[in-house]
Design a protein around this ligand. Structure first.
Ligand code: COA
Length: 386
């Protein structure tokens, strides 16, 4: 019997051509293109097509895809009505998981999946992929209004995914710099090899469950604080620390109590996460745009990065993607509990790319276990038990 490796560290669970990480050098690429290149030149829509199909699209393919997405921004009336009945203090990730799994009832049709599906040839796979990617952001933005008792803002089919997301959040014409930053954030969060939520998506997909069940499983998995949920915790942590002067004592106390520092460390990276480096630069750009004054939260974050490099660098623990994304979203006026939901909006692209790869050459996931329970024993009637 093979050894058990907790957390399946280093155990390959699939073959994939979608993305690649070199954790020693701090490299992440989508389909062979460095993330930095995509962040500088691409859009969320283009990067999504790259992830889904393996190649950069032609102008026509990109225009058609944008058009299809925009035609799918509107959310069905019954889903909206259902959302009105959710508890108003419900977490956006719970809302999103419930809404996405409910969408599956409105767009049925798994019966055509065989487990050897050439995804591009199947209208069902194409349509559901577009439908899910298009509807994630409007669902998240709608919740921002519904939970306070307001009618949601209707999506606009002349806007990109990032622009429409900001528009539906605020009701205002999106500021071009904010829209660009949001677009880059979506690209950066779109895919990341076989992380916990993508693995959950693969396991669900391997049963030939519907893509709505697949994405719902992935959203639930992303919500945990050791995964996507960390970005929400980072801002709370920085607020708790309060000022750069408090960082050293705060870190030392946490480490003494064996507590984790949110937004630090990653199973794959032994250096600073390349996404954190890009996000760090975006925060600097925003600061510059606003006249150069660092706010307390950013200054505290910079000091925290420095102190953690000193205390945890020898363990390969450096800022991950969640460290700076929360600061950016805060600066955009997005409430903290929505940060992980924004991560999910972007990651729907990667989850669906992996789902398509899985169902094109499927075998159901059925790992084994090492049994450590009791030997066979006799059943004792309840009145004879002590
Ligand atoms: N704060 C303090 N110490 C940390 C740490 C953190 N954020 N991340 C890792 N470490 C330490 C561990 O305590 C461990 O130390 P030890 O060898 O002395 O026991 C060592 O670094 C290795 O960490 P380990 O927990 O084995 O790594 P992992 O691969 O199992 O876990 C994470 C990876 C992401 C779950 C972990 O780094 C973490 O909990 N980070 C904070 C949550 C977070 O930001 N998640 C978002 C990930 S994108």
């Amino acid at each position: 019997m093979s050894d058990f490796l907790p957390g399946l560290e280093g155990v390959p669970a699939t073959k994939s051509a979608i993305s690649y990480i070199d954790g020693e050098k701090g490299i992440l690429s989508y389909r062979g293109y460095p993330l930095e290149t995509l962040a500088a030149n691409s859009s969320f829509e283009e990067s999504t097509l790259l992830l889904l199909n393996g190649e950069l699209p032609t102008q026509k393919a990109l225009d058609d895809f944008k058009q299809e997405l925009r035609q799918n921004y509107r959310i069905k009336y019954h889903i909206r009505e259902m959302m009105r009945h959710f508890p108003h203090d419900g977490h956006p990730m719970d809302m999103l998981q419930t809404a996405v799994s409910s969408l599956g009832m409105f767009y049925p049709g798994t019966e055509c999946l065989t487990g050897a599906d050439s995804c591009e040839d199947l209208d069902y796979v194409r349509n559901m992929t577009v439908n899910i990617i298009a509807q994630m952001a409007p669902l998240v933005a709608m919740w921002e209004h519904i939970r306070y008792g307001w009618d949601p803002i209707q999506p606009r089919s002349d806007l990109s995914v990032a622009e429409n997301l900001l528009y539906m959040f605020t009701g205002k014409e999106p500021d071009p710099l904010m829209a660009k930053i949001m677009d880059v954030c979506l690209i950066l969060h779109a895919e990341h090899t076989l992380n916990a939520s993508t693995f959950a998506a693969l396991v669900a997909g391997s049963t030939l469950a519907s893509p709505y069940s697949v994405i719902s499983a992935a959203i639930g998995t992303l919500s945990g604080p050791l995964h996507g949920g960390a970005n929400q915790r980072v801002v709370g942590m920085l607020q708790e620390i309060g000022s750069p002067d408090n960082v050293e004592a705060w870190v030392d106390a946490k480490l003494k109590n064996k507590e984790v520092i949110w937004g630090m460390g990653h199973r794959e990276y032994k250096v600073k996460d390349p996404r954190a480096t890009i996000l760090h630069k975006l925060v600097e750009k925003l600061v510059e745009e606003r006249g150069g004054a660092l706010d307390d939260m950013f200054e505290t974050a910079l000091k925290l990065e420095e102190v953690c490099a000193d205390r945890l660098g020898h363990k390969g623990v450096y800022p991950n993607v969640d460290f700076y994304s929360g600061i950016l979203y805060s600066e955009m006026g997005i409430p903290e509990d929505q940060f992980t939901a924004l991560f999910a909006v972007a990651r729907s692209a990667g989850w669906l790319a992996h789902w398509r790869e899985q169902i094109a050459n499927n075998r159901i996931y059925r790992p084994t276990q090492i049994y450590v329970g009791s030997e066979m024993r006799d059943y004792v009637p309840i009145n004879e038990r002590s």
